[in-house]
Design a protein around this ligand. Structure first.
Ligand code: MG
Length: 227
């Protein structure tokens, strides 16, 4: 019997690419420009952009306003794009990523993004690092501020895009934080955790990742994902 093809949902930051701080630097600058002061300490790892923006409203004692949120992104996105082009940040694609994505596609799997970046931001990042061709759809931080809601949105988008009927049992989430692990568990899907971000392999294991690897070049990755 042919193996059922999988829907593989990839986080972006510190899973596929490391922007070297280009993103957080743009966020901090945009906070000053739009809110008029330095914001709260930012815990970006695994957070959604819209969740971060909600926290910023709270920090300044202001009521959430969707128009101001949009104005914030209009400032943030060009700053982020300029930072990505600034080589002093040292941004890069993580080791083994293009090769792995190519092999997974060749093996017949469907690839998508599941990221806390807003859609425009996520697409700017994957395009900048030459990975856009692998991702035709995704679920993003502007679909919902709660990352745990993004898995089911990604499945709906995958089915719409491919005409297939993926369910949660066909999904594997690949990410670098406990928030990625928890959002996989929220739809009952396994999570491959890669310790290329700020979270240790030990901590990723403790929060329930099904496989933890130091980076995406190790052979177990291909075995686990099926290529
Ligand atoms: Mg990440």
């Amino acid at each position: 019997m042919a193996k059922r093809s999988k829907l593989l949902l990839f986080d972006v930051d510190c899973t596929l690419v490391n922007t070297g701080g280009a993103g957080i630097s743009a966020l901090k600058q945009a906070i000053v420009e739009v809110f008029g002061g330095a914001g709260p300490p930012l815990d970006l790892a695994g957070s959604t952009d819209s969740g971060i923006v909600r926290g910023i409203f709270g920090h300044f004692g202001r009521e959430y306003d969707a128009l101001i949120e949009e104005a914030f992104y209009e400032v943030y996105l060009p700053l982020m794009e300029a930072n990505l082009r600034d080589e002093s940040f040292g941004g890069r694609v993580l080791k083994g990523v293009p090769e792995l994505l190519g092999d997974l596609e060749e093996a017949g799997h469907t690839l998508g993004l599941l990221t806390g970046n807003i859609e425009r931001g996520g697409l700017i990042k994957v395009a900048h690092y030459g990975l856009a061709e692998y991702f035709q759809f995704g679920s993003y931080g502007d679909d919902h501020w709660d990352r745990n809601k993004l898995g089911s949105i990604a499945i709906q988008r995958a089915n719409k895009h491919t005409g297939k009927s993926f369910t949660a049992r066909d999904v594997i989430v690949i990410g670098d934080t406990c928030k990625d692990v928890v959002c996989a568990k929220a739809i009952g899907a396994p999570c491959l955790a890669v310790a290329t971000g700020s979270v240790s392999a030990e901590a990723l294991g403790e929060c329930g990742a099904d496989l933890v690897v130091p980076d995406l070049t190790v052979p177990e990755v291909r075995f686990f994902l099926g290529c």
